[in-house]
Design a binder for this molecule. Structure first.
Ligand code: NAD
Length: 509
């Protein structure tokens, strides 16, 4: 029997010098005043991929000042939607032209497969194009039925200066879920990428200038959450903060932002269930389960990391999943044959392993994997595809975000039981149902507490379709029309026509 499918080192040529990532503040590329830098060592290949300036409070404050000035003088916010769209479209073209360069560095910094990184960069270009279409078409409301002497208009205005803080798992994709929409709305921005994956954000900074975006409209500060991210969350000159990352850090950001009552949008974690009914297309469901849990080595907010399978098919379905798991190609991210790459860091690999060990000690059965994976020719951290059964709903592995290639299997008998298991969760990012019965699917979709419900598919997404979570998975929405709305403030303009206003003060003759 096939054990696992492992792609050894392809021996692909690696860059010989690290990428030099610097801050972009007011249109100028800068190192940190104290010269501090951080090296990012590739989790898959062990080389220094990038050397990034390590900013402090001073750099964060300078970037906020630049964004504030650029917003207040109207160099971007006063442009027409048509002019803004033209620049966003140029940026999309430049992203596509630079896709290979961006994908290579994204792969080396994150450990994700090169084919996936290329797909993410191209998909991100499409988000920029879609946001360009919104820049020209969004509008407010008019109220023409308030009486013959009244007219009211509800204006949509850019909210102002937006702080954007992004994680390491989809660095360029997640930035593109936010930045083009903020720019389409007319906002100016300060971005802090994850310290583990700064480079594609910096490359984008170069492309923005090439596309003609005015200096100061987008600023980039590199460094750690403390102090850079914290400054971006607190500073009174910032009007909104949009954050993607862990629920714990998101909570801290919401608290920090509350001191100045700025708007907060949070895209946080998930522990996403897929429910499989006996009448489903089980072949397709098993394949989607395997894709959903191993995509990005499970380091994915949308990871379909817990399946809830009908008791009558649980045994056979789990076998199908285990068999398919053995065929998923884990290994060298630079080999185009690889489907699943490296874990982002050794510490994170140890955390994944600790979840599996604790489940084993608590009585769960590890049906497949459950250990670090050796990839011939590569020294860094990989983790085997892992399927865990005999899990109870109270075990941490069934409730918490493992963020690794680890699937837990629970079972149910009735739709109500399945929904109870789905909703017995702190998170509410996404959920899925597999059944050929449309009534079952609709009842599930209505009952599931989640920002997105997939029926007979998993993780299909489109720029038009909005995304976000409920419960502890977040606040606010991204992409789609609602994604733009997050960056718009509403102003009501009430107008009296003619001299029909009755005086309030009486008796003046
Ligand atoms: P993280 O929360 O550790 O870090 C995210 C970002 O926040 C990084 O840039 C980090 O430097 C910064 N940060 C850290 N401390 C900060 C502070 N005190 N103030 C301000 N900024 C701070 O998350 P991560 O480990 O980079 O990413 C993994 C997490 O992201 C997972 O929980 C995952 O579910 C979540 N995620 C969610 C989505 C979504 O759309 N819902 C998408 C991707 C990832």
């Amino acid at each position: 029997m096939l054990e696992l499918t492992i792609v050894p080192s392809s021996g692909a040529a690696l860059p010989t010098t690290p990428f030099h990532a610097r801050h972009l503040i007011g249109g100028t590329w800068r190192d940190s005043a104290d010269g501090a830098t951080t090296d990012r060592i590739s989790p898959s290949h062990g080389i220094v991929v990038s050397r990034a300036a390590k900013g402090g409070k001073a750099e964060a404050e300078a970037a906020i000042a630049a964004a504030r000035e650029a917003f207040d003088d109207g160099r971007w916010s006063h442009l027409s939607g048509k002019a803004r769209a033209a620049i966003l479209l140029k940026i999309a073209d430049l992203i596509e032209r630079n896709a290979d360069r961006m994908a290579l560095i994204e792969t080396l910094e994150s450990g994700k497969p090169i084919t996936q990184a290329r797909g993410e960069v191209s998909g991100a270009a499409d988000l920029w194009r879609y946001a360009a279409s919104l820049a020209r078409t969004h509008h407010g409301d008019s109220h023409n039925s308030l009486g013959e002497d009244m007219l009211a208009v509800v204006l949509k205005e850019p909210i102002g200066v937006v702080s954007i803080i992004t994680p390491w798992n989809f660095p360029f994709w997640i930035l593109s879920q936010k930045l083009p929409f903020a720019l389409a709305a007319g906002c100016t921005c300060v971005i802090k990428p994850s310290e583990l994956t700064p480079s594609t954000t910096v490359i984008l900074g170069e492309l923005l200038a090439e596309a003609g975006l005015p200096a100061g409209v987008v600023n980039i500060v590199l460094g750690l959450g403390q102090p850079v991210g914290a400054t971006l969350a607190q500073d009174p000159r910032v009007d909104m903060i949009t954050f993607t990352g862990s629920t714990a850090v998101g909570r801290g950001i919401a608290a920090a932002a509350s001191t100045t009552l700025k708007k907060v949008a949070l895209e946080l974690g998930g522990k996403n269930p897929q429910v499989i009914f006996p009448d489903a297309d089980l072949e397709s469901a098993a394949d989607a389960v395997v894709f959903g849990v191993y995509f990005n080595v499970g380091q994915c907010c949308n990871s379909g990391s817990r399946i809830i399978v009908h008791e009558d098919i649980a045994r056979d379905f789990t076998e199908r999943v285990v068999t398919l798991s053995r065929h998923a190609a884990f290994g060298d991210p630079l080999d185009p044959a690889t489907q699943v790459g490296a874990i982002v860091s050794a510490e994170h690999g140890a955390k994944i392993d600790a979840y599996v060990s604790a489940a084993r000690s608590a009585g769960a059965t590890v049906r497949l994997g459950g250990a670090p994976l050796k990839v011939p020719g590569l020294t860094a951290q990989f983790y085997a595809p892992t399927v865990v059964t005999d899990v109870t709903p109270d075990m941490p592995i069934a409730r918490e975000e493992v963020f690794g290639p680890v699937l837990t299997v629970l079972t149910f008998r009735t739709l109500d039981q399945a929904l109870a298991l789905v909703n017995d969760a702190d998170y509410g990012l996404s959920a899925g149902v597999w059944s050929e019965n449309v009534h079952t699917c609709l009842a599930f979709a209505r009952g599931a507490q989640a920002g997105t419900v997939w029926t007979n598919t998993w993780m299909d997404g489109f720029p038009e379709v909005t995304f976000g979570g409920v419960k502890q998975s977040g606040l606010g929405r991204e992409i789609g029309r609602h994604g733009l709305e997050e960056f718009l403030e509403v102003k009501s303009l009430v107008m009296r026509i003619g001299r029909s206003r009755a005086p309030w003060v009486r008796g003046q003759g």
